[in-house]
Design a protein around this ligand. Sequence first.
Ligand code: ZN
Length: 255
Amino acid sequence: MSLMPGRPGRTAALLVPAVAAAHIGPAATWLPGVRLLLCPRLAGVGPPRHIALTFDDGPDPASTPRFLDTLDELGVRATFFVLGEHVVRHPALVRETARRGHELAVHGWTHDRPWRPAPARDAEQVARTVRALRDVCGHRPLWYRPPYGILTSGRWLAARRAGLRPVLWSAWGKDWTAEATPASVRARVAADLRGGGTVLLHDSDRLAAPGCWRATLGALPGLIRDCREAGLTLGPLREHGPPPQGYRHGPTPCP
Ligand SMILES: [Zn+2]
């Protein structure tokens, strides 16, 4: 029997990049062009006359109530992708968000960057956030959007095991920067938004420049007017539906 020194080392050397690729490969969908091309449902593409309005990173008692009031004034309902660790700290705010007709969805338990594979931790954290939302609101969430939009294979599996559909976005306001203004957020969304799109905004500055949520809030009236003047209806993802039959942005149907 010949032992071949070095073979285990070579195998390991091949295995490590393979595991890393399997872990991070799906995160290529972070690139808007990639997901629009390959997976329109992951990009949140829905019926052509509807826009899904979504907010990430709450609930935040410093800012989320202002969004709820403004959305009431504008007559719009949205989907809020929340962090479980803040759901359990601010359950009354989460209940109030649901009471006002908005949809709650899962952003994660914490807001981590998933550079190392941790599928068991991913599964536990997503399931824990689903349980927290169910305990606070009394119903199961439907959607999952990973922190930073980085959809690793572990996060994808965690979402599917928890019965959630992963969804990212097709337009964003770049509203997390210190330079963001209501005009810049509105213009940035308008640059990428098409009928059937999903808009990503943030109702908290916890993970962004202090106070940047004010730019987002200030952008909402104009942004919503833009959509309505274009004949588009806004609402939460639960009202968004799938892309129209025959929708073709690319060759691969979305899972
Ligand atoms: Zn986030």
